[in-house]
Design a protein around this ligand. Structure first.
Ligand code: HMG
Ligand code: MG
Length: 302
C-alpha cells in the first residue's frame, strides 16, 4: 500500500452540513469549499439539489456553485435525487453529480419517499442525461452495514444495488455505512462481496463514526484494495433520516493515518486542520477530529 495514491472525496459542505440544526450561510459554505480546495482536496461534494422542504440546509446550493466556479482542477459533485434536481444542478453549472440509493427499504422510503426500485427508476433518466452530457455520476448505497429501522442488512442486497447503480451509468459507487455501525471485518467482507459485482477500482467507502470504527474500517478496506475514501472535515455530518448517527469520519484523521502509512493524498494536514477548526468555530463547537485537536494543542504548546 505504501506509495499508493488515495483519492479522498470530501463530504463536509454536503453530508457535513445537511444535518446542522441552524443552516449555515451560503457565504460560509463557499468559504468552506474554497478552504478545502486550498488544503489540497481535489474532490469536494459541494451541495445538494434536493427538496428544500426535506433538507432546508442544502437550499442555495446553486449560489454555492456560483461562488466556487473559478476553482480550477477541483471536482465539485452535487447530490441529485431526480430529474428536477439534475436540471437545477446543470443549470447552476454542476459538472459532476451523485445519486443515492439505499440497501434498506424503510430507509429508502424515509429518505427519498420511494422504494429502492422506484428510486433506481428515478435515477435511470438522470444517469442517461448525465452520461449523454459527459457529466460523471457517482452513486451511493446507504445503510450498507446496517439500517436504523431494519437492523442488519444483507451484503448480497448491497451488492445488487451497487451493481444496479453501475449498470445505470455510475462511474463510481460509494458503499456507505450511514449509521456508523460497521466493524472492520464486516466492512472488508462486505467490500469483497460487492467487488464480485462492481470492480474494486470503481468502489469508494463512506463511513460514519458513531461507534468509533470508521478509521479501522477504512484500513480494512484499503487492505482489500479500495483507493477512494469519503470523509468530512472536522468529522461533520449526519443524515436527517438516520437519527442517532453521528458525523462522518474526520478528513484530518484519515489524512494523518494515510500520511503515516506513506500513502499519497495531496492534502496538507495543517491547512486542513485549520479549516476544521474554522468551520467548527462557525458552528459554535470544537472540532470532532482527534487529529485536528492534537494539532491545535501542539500549536498552543509551541
Ligand atoms: P417528494 O415530496 O416525494 O417529491 O420528495 P415529489 O416528486 O412528490 O414533489 C413534491 C414537491 O417537491 C414538488 O413541488 C416538486 O417540484 C418538488 P410542488 O409541486 O409541491 O411545489 N421537488 C423538488 N424541489 C427541489 N429539488 C428537487 C425536487 N424534487 C421534487 N430535486 C424527494 C422526493 C426525493 C424530492 C425528497 O424526498 C428529497 O429531496 N429527499 C432528499 C433527502 C436527502 O437529501 N437526504 C440526505 C442525503 S442522503 C445521505 O445523506 C446519505 C449519503 O451521505 C450516504 C450515506 O451516508 O448513507 C449520501
Ligand atoms: Mg453520509
Amino acid at each position: 500500500m505504501t506509495g499508493d495514491a488515495v483519492r479522498i472525496v470530501e463530504m463536509g459542505p454536503r453530508d457535513g452540513l445537511q444535518n446542522e440544526p441552524m443552516p449555515v450561510s451560503v457565504a460560509d459554505r463557499i468559504d468552506l469549499v474554497r478552504r478545502l480546495a486550498d488544503a489540497g482536496l481535489a474532490a469536494i461534494e459541494a451541495g445538494a439539489f434536493v427538496s428544500p422542504q426535506w433538507v432546508p440546509q442544502m437550499a442555495g446550493s446553486d449560489a454555492v456553485l456560483a461562488g466556487v466556479r473559478d476553482l480550477a482542477g477541483v471536482r465539485l459533485p452535487v447530490l441529485v435525487p431526480n430529474m428536477h434536481g439534475f436540471g437545477a444542478a446543470v443549470a447552476a453549472g454542476a459538472r459532476e453529480v451523485a445519486v443515492f440509493a439505499a440497501a434498506s427499504e424503510t430507509f429508502s422510503r424515509r429518505n427519498v419517499n420511494a422504494s429502492i426500485a422506484e428510486s433506481l427508476e428515478r435515477f435511470r433518466p438522470v444517469c442517461a442525461a448525465a452520461v449523454a452530457r459527459g457529466v460523471p455520476v457517482r452513486g451511493y448505497v446507504s445503510c450498507a452495514l446496517g439500517c436504523p429501522y431494519e437492523g442488519p442488512v444483507d451484503p448480497g442486497r448491497v451488492a445488487a444495488v451497487a451493481a444496479d447503480l453501475a449498470r445505470l451509468g455510475c462511474a463510481e459507487v460509494s458503499v456507505a455505512d450511514t449509521i456508523g455501525v460497521g466493524t472492520p471485518r464486516a466492512a472488508r467482507d462486505l467490500l469483497r462481496r460487492v467487488a464480485r459485482d462492481v470492480p474494486t477500482g470503481r468502489l469508494a467507502v463512506h463511513f460514519h463514526d458513531t461507534w468509533g470504527q470508521a478509521l479501522a474500517n477504512v484500513l480494512a478496506c484499503l487492505e482489500a484494495g479500495v483507493r477512494t475514501v469519503d470523509a468530512a472535515v472536522a468529522g461533520l455530518g449526519g443524515c436527517p433520516y438516520a437519527k442517532g448517527a453521528t458525523g462522518n469520519l474526520a478528513t484530518e484523521d484519515l489524512v494523518y493515518m494515510l500520511d503515516g502509512l506513506g500513502m499519497r493524498t495531496g492534502v496538507d494536514l495543517d491547512r486542513l486542520a485549520a479549516t476544521g477548526s474554522w468551520i467548527a468555530g462557525r458552528l459554535g463547537r470544537p472540532t470532532a477530529s482527534r487529529a485536528g485537536r492534537a494539532l491545535a494543542a501542539r500549536s498552543t504548546v509551541a
